[in-house]
Write a protein that binds this ligand. Sequence first.
Ligand code: CO8
Length: 258
Amino acid sequence: MQYETIITEREDDISIITFNRPEALNSISVRLRAELADALEDMSGDGRIRVIVLTGSEKAFAAGADIKEMQDKGYMDMYLSDNASTLQAVLRDCRKPVIAAVSGYALGGGCELAMMCDFILAADNARFGQPEISIGALPGWGGTQRLTGLVGKSKAMDMCLTGRMMDAGEAERSGLVSRVFPLEDFMDEVKQVAARVASNSVPVAMMIKECVNQSLETNLQSGLLFERRQFQSVFATEDQKEGMSAFVEKRRPDWKHS
Ligand code: CO8
């Protein structure tokens, strides 16, 4: 697929997808959604890639779904279009860690897209929000669900009912983002975090991702059992042997990724 709305790059074992609709503050059009899903599927199957980073511009990660594209649609248009369910499914099924690197606006569908990723790193100019109420709509890609899980009911209600924006500091304090970096060094810091994730055992990272995601889908006892079984099964891997031997021998592990 020839991409128009995203740019893909690979640096060693890290892939970076940059949204590229500057004229519309990277708002998420149907085309951008399709291209992003296609690129993610390709990267999921590419053995050279260990970590995927989604990012936008300094001004906007993504200012929401494309309002101009949506404004004249009817119920049946929206029902018959996938409403990003394909993209959500691709991200849900991606076994590699996916990091959202947010500078500038992450609003509406942009905030929701960031929350579909495994974790969010923010530049200090990042602004998050679910402003759909101010255009007579509501979050439609998981904003009422994932935001509530991340920041709690009170703040999620506040964000969705007022449509206000949250700055990077508040987003970090609230648990929406994991870390905030100065805008000047943002992508260097993001790449360092991605490289650190990529430097670990690929199958163990996959197991950890499955375990953490399980906590969102199940009750505590089932989740603990799932984790316990994954922990036990890691002892069937070469990387557990290598990691623990390297610790005892005071050297860096040489992962086999098996
Ligand atoms: N859609 C389309 N175009 C946009 C969007 C958008 N979401 N956001 C900005 N743009 C365009 C503007 O129209 C403008 O274009 P033009 O120059 O042709 O007029 C250009 O980008 C620059 O924007 P501004 O001039 O507005 O820039 P400012 O710096 O003044 O303001 C803001 C920046 C505050 C981010 C402002 O642009 C804004 O409020 N944008 C809209 C934010 C918003 O409401 N987002 C939610 C959209 S709805 C949604 O995401 C629902 C998702 C789930 C359902 C999806 C189903 C398909």
